[in-house]
Design a protein around this ligand. Structure first.
Ligand code: HEC
Ligand code: HEC
Length: 193
């Protein structure tokens, strides 16, 4: 319940900031990005388990995600509606802003055995696109290092159920893997600092 209220509050705030900015001088990237802080944290460092951090995310990954939210191609709880409020230029500006922030390091309670198992699986299966232990990503591949585990688990569920479309080459790797191995991989990425 509290979570839901906070979301609604943040969405209203985002709307208010946006409406206010539209009548004055064009908003700076930082002003635009302040509207995201209610959910994604100050400067994109998320404090909420199901909210992804944007800090240190690549510009390409943010732009790609926002475009997919906007068109409805990527399933979302709140971002679909929110993304529609921004022009392509504003999305690029915010992508630049968040990509310049330091990757948000988190301290999560993680199962050490799963982290170790994930570490042994990542190179052969995921490292082609999720580079540098998930600190970076090829092209529009998002960084996953230190991302909140519940967020990553939710997204993996969405991929596996077909709600979120996996890139073809990722699907080739993911489909043959067991749920346990996939969960170990997510533990590994969440542990990386
Ligand atoms: C009301 C809360 C809320 C606000 C405000 C919000 N977001 Fe989000 N964002 C989410 C949630 C929740 C997700 C996960 C997808 C979903 O379910 O909508 C997400 C996902 C994302 C992602 C995908 C991250 C990834 O790792 O794939 C990007 C990019 C993003 N948001 C950008 C933004 C930007 C830019 C703003 C400000 C203009 C913003 N968000 C404002 C809640 C919010
Ligand atoms: C061929 C490149 C490629 C490979 C291999 C790959 N991925 Fe991905 N991954 C991507 C791209 C691109 C995205 C974002 C695509 C989208 O819009 O859904 C992504 C997104 C994700 C996400 C969602 C992250 C977020 O912030 O929303 C998870 C979780 C994930 N991958 C896990 C894995 C795991 C685990 C493996 C190894 C078994 C893997 N991926 C292999 C390219 C790849």
């Amino acid at each position: 319940m509290r979570m839901k209220k906070a979301w609604m509050g943040a969405a209203t705030l985002a709307g208010a900031l946006f409406a206010g900015a539209a009548s004055a001088a064009p908003p700076t990237a930082e002003m635009l990005s302040n509207a995201c802080a209610g959910c994604h944290g100050t400067k994109g460092g998320s404090a909420g388990l199901t909210m992804p951090s944007l800090a240190g995310q690549s510009k390409e990954a943010i732009i790609d995600a926002m475009k997919k939210f906007k068109s409805g191609e990527r399933a979302a709880t709140v971002m679909g509606r929110l993304a529609k409020g921004y022009t392509d230029a504003e999305i690029v500006a915010m992508g630049e802003y968040f990509s310049k922030q330091k990757l948000h390091a988190t301290n999560q309670m993680l199962d050490k055995a799963k982290v170790a198992k994930g570490a042994s699986l990542q190179e052969a299966n995921c490292s082609r696109c999720h580079l540098e232990d998930g600190k970076e990503g090829k092209d529009e591949t998002p960084a996953m290092a230190s991302q909140w585990l519940p967020y990553l688990q939710m997204q993996m569920e969405m991929y596996l159920s077909g709600k979120r479309k996996m890139p073809e080459k990722m699907e080739e790797k993911v489909k043959p893997m067991s749920k346990e191995d996939l969960d170990a991989l997510l533990h590994f990425y969440a542990s990386v600092k």
